[in-house]
Design a protein around this ligand. Structure first.
Ligand code: ZN
Length: 295
């Protein structure tokens, strides 16, 4: 495995990152846990539990941990939650829609087991309140729903500091989407609407910092604006290409393949390895289901 600990904002924020070193994964694919003044945001993947335990022990040498807030139920964000509760008696909080699923052990396809570990173990979580106060009461985090990547996905926003912990609610680049036969069904129209809501909500924050799981920090609202423009552009192109190819061909699958070819040349290796669960084709289908006059 590969672990990294990074600090931001003069050490006020810690990021603990974990990635598998499995030989089938060409470059480390990280997930992140953040720690701010007694608040843990997310709990790492199942395969990272032992490394995460070491990180928690090192934290507990000079600080206390008030609670862990889970942003959504994907295994790379809540895999260590049972351990936090069992070993350290740390209360686990999660969005309302996550409480039921978190109560059950959970398995998922092999490509995700290779990336994150065999299965996610059950944990009893409490519902996140509207705001969370940090241990020294220095920070107040607002719980901000951002569905789309997962229906229960939330971000945590510290207005005074202008920090947004968005986990997977925003991707640094929109190329592939979960869908097909996966239990993760991402929806571009909903993702776009969540990002737009965040853009409006942060309108007076000039020094905004957006913390994403894996790629880390992005500075300024401009980043959010760029993501909105990127999605709008993809949305327009996919509909335009689809209409043009529909005039040439009748076969729906052929039309979609032509759209994909014009948009990104070819399906990704990940798209093939995951049997289409995480693929460009899902992105195209999701953009097509979203009517064009609606963005
Ligand atoms: Zn996720």
């Amino acid at each position: 495995m590969v672990t990294k600990t990074l600090t931001y904002e003069n050490g006020k924020i810690l990021e603990w990152k974990w990635a598998s070193d499995h030989k089938l994964i060409p470059s480390p694919f990280f997930t992140s846990t953040f720690f701010v003044d007694g608040i843990l945001i997310d709990a790492g993947p199942p395969a990272g539990v032992n490394d995460f335990k070491k990180f928690i022990r090192s934290l507990l040498k000079d600080t206390r941990i008030k609670l862990c807030a889970i942003t959504h139920t994907h295994e790379d964000h809540c895999g260590g939650a049972f351990m936090l509760k069992q070993e350290f008696n740390i209360p686990i909080y999660a969005p309302k829609g996550a409480i039921g699923p978190l109560k059950e052990d959970y398995t998922y396809p092999q490509y995700r087991q290779i990336t994150w570990g065999e299965k996610r173990r059950s944990v009893q979580a409490q519902e996140l309140p509207e705001t969370i106060t940090s241990i020294s009461e220095t920070y107040q985090f607002e719980v901000f729903p951002m569905p789309g990547h997962a229906s229960e996905q939330i971000a945590l926003i510290e207005k005074g500091q202008e920090w947004v912990f968005a986990a997977d609610a925003i991707q640094p680049k929109y190329k592939m989407l979960f869908g097909a036969s996966s239990d993760i069904q991402e929806d571009m129209a909903i993702i776009y609407s969540s990002i737009k809501k965040l853009y409006k909500y942060t309108s007076n924050m000039e020094d905004l910092k957006i913390f994403l799981s894996g790629p880390g920090v992005y500075e300024g609202r401009e980043f959010i604006k760029q993501k909105l423009e990127e999605i709008e552009d993809l949305h327009k192109k996919v509909h335009q290409f689809y209409n043009e190819e529909s005039n040439r061909y009748d076969d729906e699958e052929k039309i979609l393949r032509k759209v994909l070819k014009r948009l990104f040349k070819r399906e990704t290796a990940v798209g093939r390895l995951t049997d289409g669960d995480l693929s460009i084709m899902n992105l195209i289908r999701s953009l097509l289901e979203w009517p064009l006059n609606n963005s």
